[in-house]
Design a protein around this ligand. Sequence first.
Ligand SMILES: NC(=O)c1ccc[n+]([C@@H]2O[C@H](COP(=O)([O-])OP(=O)(O)OC[C@H]3O[C@@H](n4cnc5c(N)ncnc54)[C@H](O)[C@@H]3O)[C@@H](O)[C@H]2O)c1
Length: 291
Amino acid sequence: MSEFTGKTAIISGGAEGIGLSIAQALGAEKMNIVLADIDQTNLEKAGNDLAAAGIPVLTVALDVSQEEQWHEVANQAINMFGKIHMIVNNAGIGGDTGPIENQDQQGWQWALDVNLMGVVFGAKVMTPYIKSHGEGGWIVNVASMAGMGGIPYLGAYTATKAAVVALSESWAGELEPSGIHVSVLCPAFVQTRIHESGRNRQKKYQSKNSNPAETSLLTDLAKEKVEKGIEVSIVGKRVVEALHDGEFYIFTHPNYYSLAKQRAEMIDQAFNKSAQSPLLKHIVNQEIEMP
Ligand SMILES: NC(=O)c1ccc[n+]([C@@H]2O[C@H](COP(=O)([O-])OP(=O)(O)OC[C@H]3O[C@@H](n4cnc5c(N)ncnc54)[C@H](O)[C@@H]3O)[C@@H](O)[C@H]2O)c1
């Protein structure tokens, strides 16, 4: 028996990859699992696999960028399991790669709607259900190491993942008093099909960059990196380990620490520079008040 036993988790993008790995790990903790995904074929398969492993499971079709579909997920989850305790906002896409001048509106909108608004809608719709029973709960947002520092030629993805880190920091302070623990998962490369995200690109976001047959140097590079990433089953178990310990930032690649440290040191140096500016002398020692 753990703090998760008998409670209910909703996992977006749970049909495969990191989402399914988290579902398996939470299922092993005896949680009820609601898998929600845009890919109905894989969704059904994943649901059958979890059920065969003895995990109570419900599958619901969901495009995370459509707020009204989240309400349907919540309704079905409540009908089947009674309460909702955890939302794992995992569904995400890699987005277009390339130089800034080649990025078009449709590509940006795809990344913003799925990677950012998908997370916003998931939290917005599920939070009242988690608050309602008073038993507390969890919001787990899946960002990326890309959210911890910009990746050249991957602007839209980087921007949305940085936004997910920032949102998680904001929500953590807001929701802790309601007993809802917020975490943000920041993996580096994991063996999934993230480099083939175009398979789920909705029609309205199709653009000249979205031809799935297009193989640029950058997509090949991404594929190679992902294929050399860590094995996906580790990620779900790592998330459970981190949630048991109440971790906020959940890292899966301790070998990337030097990158985060380098960024922190650059920020440190930049603050020191500003403190030396004659223009800012009058506020160097001024107290700040946080809201
Ligand atoms: N694999 C990596 O190297 C890596 C690294 C850092 C972060 N991530 C993040 O992990 C999360 C999961 O990605 P993954 O690596 O498992 O990729 P994946 O492509 O294997 O799985 C993504 C899942 O999300 C679903 N999905 C895509 N668009 C959707 C939509 N609009 N609505 C609902 N479901 C949708 C897909 O059908 C799929 O089941 C993403 O947020 C991704 O950015 C992955």
